[in-house]
Design a protein around this ligand. Structure first.
Ligand code: B12
Length: 207
């Protein structure tokens, strides 16, 4: 584990910011900084599941991560990409309030020139359907970090089908515990392992 990942795991806020600032100065790519922080926050989750960390520590780790993203956001937002590639709807599914990953995907999508309709967190299936109808977006992205919210992803796909929209939209699912099996279960079109892959899939869809 890198020094930065360890500092985040140990919730050493000042050290995390100092290391991130140093890396930014040195020209380390934003995606590498995120990858290191991701390793640290996954370790926090692990400590939480082993009951070595409390929920307050989980919350604190998220706050640190959010501050890191604020620092590196200017590197992620490309000023050149003003042309709109297309619309993408994105939200965290009902029952789930994790939004750090979703927000990261949004930042990268906007940086790549997509118009993003952010539905927020704890989003019921009807809202995804309504947004797809109203905006005509061809992509619906769903984020889920809790395995008991997988059925909710399937609900959204089913609701899109019931509204007659399934052929018009491609559905992408993501979130740390999500994988190809979950995609298959939900009936989604794509699974994205990370934000960069998500953006590439959107580019392909709108190509
Ligand atoms: C921070 C955190 C929290 C914070 C969230 C703050 C916030 N604003 O998001 C708080 C403290 C609120 C929280 C609460 C809970 N959490 Co929590 N949390 C985490 C933690 C440590 C990190 C998540 C994170 O932000 N990662 C960093 C981001 C950048 O990664 P990411 O979300 O995976 O996103 C990346 C990719 O997956 C992808 N991606 C994500 N979404 C999407 C969507 C699309 C469309 C695309 C293309 C890509 C994409 O792109 C991102 C960037 O590459 C994880 C540990 C882990 N292993 O993930 C646990 C974890 C997810 N939490 C867990 C649990 C159990 C909970 C609680 C139930 C705890 C409790 N007892 O109350 C609650 C649930 C609240 C709720 N109803 O949602 C468990 C889930 C277990 C499971 N699999 O079901 C985990 C895995 C911890 C653990 N090991 O036990 N949590």
């Amino acid at each position: 584990m890198t020094e930065l990942a360890q500092a985040l795991r140990d919730l050493d806020e000042k050290k995390v910011y100092a290391l991130v600032d140093k890396k930014i100065e040195e020209g380390t790519p934003a995606t590498s900084i995120i990858a290191e922080c991701n390793e640290g926050i996954v370790a926090v989750g692990q400590l939480f599941s082993e009951q070595k960390y409390y929920i307050s520590q989980l919350i604190f780790s998220a706050e640190i991560f959010k501050q890191v993203i604020k620092r590196i956001e200017p590197l992620l937002e490309s000023t050149a990409a003003q042309d709109h590639r297309g619309k993408v709807i994105i939200g965290t599914v009902k029952g789930d309030i994790h939004d750090i990953g979703k927000n990261l995907v949004i930042t990268l999508l906007r940086g790549a020139g997509f118009e993003v309709i952010d539905l927020g967190v704890d989003v019921p299936a009807e809202k995804f359907v309504e947004a797809a109808k109203d905006t005509g977006a061809r992509v619906v992205g769903m984020s889920a970090l809790l395995n008991f919210t997988y059925p909710e992803m399937k609900n959204v796909v089913d609701a899109l089908a019931a509204a007659g929209l399934r052929d018009q939209v491609k559905v992408i699912v993501g979130g740390a515990p999500v994988n190809e099996k979950v995609r298959d279960f939900a009936g989604a079109d794509f699974y994205a392992e990370d934000a960069v892959q998500g953006v590439n899939i959107c580019k392909e869809i709108y190509a």
